[in-house]
Design a protein around this ligand. Sequence first.
Ligand SMILES: [Fe+2]
Length: 203
Amino acid sequence: MQAIAPVLLGTPGDPSFSRHSGAPRSRAWRSATRQRSAIETFSGNVARLGDLRHARSADRAAVLDLLQALSPAIDPSPMSVVSASYGRVVLAARDDWTLAAIVLANGQQTHPHDHDGWGAVVTVQGLERDRRYRLDRQGGLELIAERDYPPGSGYIFGPADIHQPIGADPHRLTVALHFLVHRAVSGQAKPETSHGLDRGQTS
Ligand SMILES: [Fe+2]
């Protein structure tokens, strides 16, 4: 039987080198590969939690933990704000959930909004400021809470929660992972880009 030579990391033959040219892979290639692998691991772990639409608080907290574990593998460097408001990069989409990176320059913000399902957010870079609102008796929005989330920290929101992410880092773009559970399987969660609330409130 022919012996199989071990592949030494950092030498031609390991995945860090091109199989065609033998040249070292670029940093961008290695970063993208690491990110893709980490997202697949995240997806597998989320799938093991079962039906997320009726997830208990412990399972929601478990998803937040998984997002925190995933966040160091996310490379924010190619992400940018593509509009006057903010950027949204979909990293993974399944029948029952979507994972997107929301990119905010300092001072940029989404409109206050709710979602069809619950979700969780973890900051990757910068500082995401999350504002929470409730409807007052006149149907307007009343600010009830505001909290800053540095890299590695995050929060959970329920389907009825009204929130507003804001970029709050004056030195760099804020990038945060936003995990959204769809209300119906094969449906689409209402993303950050859906301005306004179901009730017609936009600000
Ligand atoms: Fe949101």
